[in-house]
Design a protein around this ligand. Structure first.
Ligand code: PLP
Ligand code: TYF
Length: 389
């Protein structure tokens, strides 16, 4: 019976939003969930997106069905942004999905359909949502060491050794940039070695790219993905526009598949559409339509790149500010994207919550761009106090 269902552990990041909302203290700081906040501490809609939505409202003539791959022009316009020099390769095909999450589920379902015995190699730590998504699809997970939180460093040799000892056909889940939850990204040189290991072992690379443009830049953040594409016959990429267009709740993303030939990619695409049909049939239109309108005009596309650079610059300037404020936070300046991980015990995280009204994940992960400019000093001083205690 439904009444006999076992209790579930909820998404701890989403639970943290509710916990912080319920705190009556007016100076509370929410550095839990990953949304960009500006100097005033709010998450505004990008100007280009607001304008595109107005245009959409005024010009859209129908809401009849688009078809299973969603807005094909949206994926076509994303192609050069994501793929760079590989944009013309028709053995790489993409389709619109409900957010990066939709792309991840589809990708793992596709893997399960092609090779039910494939194991997924997942760096530790990774984005907590990866685990239930992979398990939900029924694939086995094998962890590889990625980041030593207390040493504030990537465990690169151990990572490489783990990839080199994997089974041919295993899947290597890799974060393209702005690693969530650590902010610790591979250097280009390290990417080159990872690509070599993936090729040598015959692994299937599965790239999660949810923050393109928020780290070093649009092209720089796609370095690893493009290098994999250049060297591997088969590559999967789950892409999200939710962060770099600030359209989180509209659920905008895409899945990209490369196989050795256009024909087999088309078959893989058809398989993926069949899988989508079993879940949501077609992705929601609104957010992707707004993104398409922005990218379809060179002037608004350039304006988006500027707004994106503004978000990136704010992230990096806050990183520099944390690093300058306390030598124990110096590592934050060498990392990218919205997150870094503080070497705090769970008790220290709770102390920040209870004594200082600062809400971060139990893991010590915090959103570096989660607070207003005015709150930075209070945040740093609370963290320094707790670290010293
Ligand atoms: N992958 C990573 C690493 C993320 O941090 C996120 C964040 O939401 C996603 C995928 C999914 O993105 P979306 O919100 O578009 O589903
Ligand atoms: O890690 C984060 O905070 C973002 C947002 O189920 C997020 O990626 C968190 C949980 C979730 C979906 C998105």
């Amino acid at each position: 019976r439904l009444a006999d269902l076992a209790p579930v552990t909820t998404d701890s990041l989403l639970a943290l939003i509710a916990l912080c909302n319920a705190d009556p203290r007016t100076d509370k700081i929410d550095v839990g969930v990953g949304v960009y906040r500006d100097g005033e501490g709010s998450t505004p809609i990008l100007n280009v997106v607001k304008d595109a939505e107005r245009k959409l409202f005024e010009t859209q003539e129908t809401k009849s069905y688009l078809g299973m791959n969603g807005d094909a022009r949206f994926t076509e316009l994303l192609r050069p942004i994501l793929l760079g020099e590989h944009a013309g390769d028709r053995a790489i095909q993409g389709l619109q999905t409900p957010g990066g999450c939709g792309a991840l589920v589809l990708a793992f379902k596709l893997i399960k359909a092609a090779n039910p015995d494939a194991r997924v190699l997942v760096g530790t730590p990774t984005w907590p949502n990866h685990i239930p998504i992979i398990r939900g699809v029924g694939l086995e997970i094998v962890e590889y060491p990625y980041y030593d939180r207390d040493g504030c460093a990537i465990q690169f040799d151990a990572m490489l050794a783990a990839l080199r000892s994997a089974r041919s056909g295993d899947v290597a889940l890799l974060h393209a940039c702005c690693h969530n939850p650590t902010g610790a990204d591979l250097s280009e040189q390290q990417w080159d070695q990872v690509v070599d290991a993936v090729v040598e072992r015959g692994l299937l690379p599965m790239v999660d790219i949810a923050y393109q443009g928020l780290g070093r830049g649009l092209d720089e953040d796609a370095y690893g993905l493009r290098k994999l594409i250049a060297n591997c016959d088969e590559v999967l990429a789950a892409q999200s526009c939710d962060k770099n267009f600030g359209v989180y709740r509209d659920r905008v993303g895409s899945l990209w598949i490369k196989t050795a030939a256009e024909e087999s990619s088309t078959t893989a695409m058809k398989t993926v559409m069949q899988l989508a049909r079993e879940m949501w049939s077609m992705p929601p239109d609104h957010g992707a339509a707004a993104v398409r309108i922005v990218l379809d005009d060179p002037a608004t596309a350039a304006a988006w790149r500027e707004e994106l650079a503004g978000m990136r610059d704010r992230i990096n300037s806050l990183r520099a500010r944390f690093a300058a404020a306390d030598p124990r936070l110096a590592f934050i300046a060498d990392q990218y994207g919205m997150f870094s991980m503080l070497p705090l015990s769970k008790d220290q995280v709770l102390e920040l919550r209870e004594k200082h009204a600062i809400y971060m994940a139990d893991s010590g992960r915090f959103n570096v761009v989660g607070m207003s400019d005015a709150a930075v000093d209070r945040f740093v001083s609370a963290v320094s106090t707790v670290l010293a205690g």
